[in-house]
Ligand binder design. Structure first.
Ligand code: ADP
Ligand code: MG
Length: 521
């Protein structure tokens, strides 16, 4: 067949939708801006919370940027990139997720204006990268020159927790607990952040939150007669049912008379007794089982002097295994003394209506657990997120980059540093760099707005104040005012700001570069 009569080549499926050029860009930018706008009102100590209800009716009330974005069930591909920005931020430094998302959204909003004025996307990308580098240089100079002592670290912790369920006056105490927890897992090699666990237990106010020097399981022993206080305990973790082999393989018996039935029951009893003996012979004092424990087996375990827990959550079991040095067994019959863990004590404590088992002095890791209390489950869960962020920022602050003034001070100074350096950037990329500075301004402006200040006046005053000194929009209780954030104790880890600058720039430039969306249906 001659070339000119060849039929057209279809590379896309029938249902694929394709959007190109400026249409593609503006669809992406609009979506990303909408996402950034959604979290903007939650920024800072006076930021509002969001209530998110999923398809099954589960409610989450939160002020946490990444949680909001993850729960929002976002479909648009470019908007999803912004969710990834927040997620990366959360994974890498644990805080600053709203900041990163708001910055990315505003970088895109300003990119759109530049594209409308015929600045080429690659020029925007170039200008943004240059501006980011200017900002990163300036950030290094902003580090607060002070010892990272417990007092300062507690302020960093408190800064990250403000506006997140700690409004009942418990913030200072929680911040101290966070610092104590991190200090506990600090050694010459750094901070073993993974050895700090956070466990929520609703039913008391946040001020009842405490630090436990060990790990916990939200369970009580399966039988009353089992010991509730075992010292120098050998610990087994079983990640399987504690039952007869037959039941787990669900074999059916062909039973035709009572004798056969009795024989079968006796055989099962013997088997269960044998398993309990296996554990006792191996020296096990305490058994944590992630699944069910047969009732008869529980009695045999009690007879053998073993304290047993059933239905232990897999996260609790993992923490216990890691702290005590136990290896989770997939089958009781595989028990090997090498797989057993050790703890100085395993004891049951009662908290209100709940029993909690504390495993202290584990052989392998000096773990600690923040037992987070909150009046209701929603409150406790929001506090758990806040404490998680606070633990991360304290760990990150200790890692070396230090801390910078918060309350919008850093953003203003960085924006000004970009404006100062912009004339050194060639051609139209300079416009993009200036747009980057404008996007940074949105953060202090939002803090001002969320505090009820006039955003334009606040920004002008803030800029003037930073020409001669150091100022931010420091909120104390109900009101915000221009003040020195360092004196006001509002401090963020430099790493949180660096990560936000890097990830927001990366996401924005990625979206700007796209000129073709091909969506399979
Ligand atoms: P993110 O998800 O970005 O961490 P937040 O809602 O936690 O968002 O707000 C963080 C911002 O709030 C930071 O810039 C921080 O410096 C600022 N901030 C925290 N506490 C105060 C305070 N008391 N006064 C003013 N700003 C504060
Ligand atoms: Mg925060």
């Amino acid at each position: 067949m001659a070339a000119n009569t060849m039929s057209p080549v279809f590379i896309l499926g029938n249902d694929a939708r394709r959007t190109r050029g400026r249409d593609a860009q503006s669809s992406n930018i609009t979506a990303a801006k909408a996402v950034a706008d959604a979290v903007r009102t939650t920024l800072g100590p006076r930021g509002m919370d969001k209530m998110l209800v999923d398809a099954t009716g589960t409610v989450v009330v939160t002020n946490d940027g990444v949680t909001i974005l993850e729960e929002m069930d976002i479909e648009h591909p470019a908007a999803k990139l912004l969710v990834d920005v927040a997620r990366t931020q959360e994974d890498e430094v644990g805080d600053g997720t709203t900041t990163a998302a708001v910055l990315a959204g505003n970088l895109l909003a300003r990119a759109e204006d530049l594209l409308d004025s015929d600045v080429h996307p690659t020029t925007v990308v170039e200008g943004y990268a240059a501006a980011r580098d200017l900002a990163l240089d300036a950030l290094a100079d902003l580090a607060v020159d002070a010892d990272l002592d417990d007092d300062l670290l507690a302020r960093v912790a408190a800064t990250s927790m403000t506006g997140k369920g700690t409004g009942d006056g418990s913030a200072a105490r929680l911040a101290d607990l966070v610092v104590a927890a991190i200090r506990h897992v600090e050694d010459d090699d750094g901070v073993r952040r993974d050895d700090v666990y956070v466990h929520t237990l609703p039913g008391a106010s946040a001020s009842a939150t405490e630090l436990i020097e060990g790990v916990v399981a939200e369970n009580a022993p399966v039988r009353e007669e089992m010991s509730r206080d075992v010292s120098v305990a050998t610990v087994a973790v079983l990640d399987a049912k504690f039952d007869t082999r037959e039941t787990s393989a669900s074999v059916e018996y062909a039973i035709t008379n009572v004798d056969q039935l009795n024989a079968a029951v006796d055989a099962e009893d013997a088997e269960l007794r044998e398993y309990a003996r296996l554990l006792a012979d191996a020296g096990v004092d305490v058994l944590f089982c992630t699944k069910k424990i047969d009732d008869r087996a529980a009695a045999y375990l009690a007879d053998a002097g073993i304290t047993a827990f059933k239905s232990v959550s897999s996260s609790d079991a993992a923490a216990i295994a890691s702290a005590t040095g136990a290896l989770a067994l997939g089958d009781v019959r595989d028990i090997d003394p090498d797989d057993l863990g050790h703890a100085a004590s395993v004891r049951v404590e009662t908290y209100g209506d709940d029993d909690l088992t504390l495993v202290e002095g584990g052989r392998d890791a000096e773990s600690v657990t923040l037992l987070v209390r909150g009046s209701t489950e929603h409150v406790a869960l929001e506090l758990e997120r806040a404490l998680g962020d606070a633990l991360d920022v304290v760990a990150v602050a200790l890692h070396g980059e230090g801390v910078v003034p918060g309350a919008g001070c850093t953003e203003i100074v960085l924006a000004d540093a970009i404006r100062e350096g912009a004339p050194g950037i060639d051609g139209r990329a300079q416009l993009a760099a200036e747009a980057f500075a404008d996007a940074l301004d949105v953060l202090p402006r939002t803090l001002a707005e969320n505090t009820g200040m006039d955003p334009i006046d606040a920004l002008v005053d803030l800029r003037t104040a930073n020409e001669t000194g150091r100022a931010g929009i420091v909120t104390d209780g109900e009101t915000g005012a221009l003040a020195d954030p360092v004196e006001g104790g509002v401090l963020d880890p430099a790493a949180v700001k660096r990560d936000a600058l890097e990830s927001a720039t990366e996401a924005a430039t990625m979206v700007v570069r796209i000129d073709d969306i091909i969506a399979a249906n």
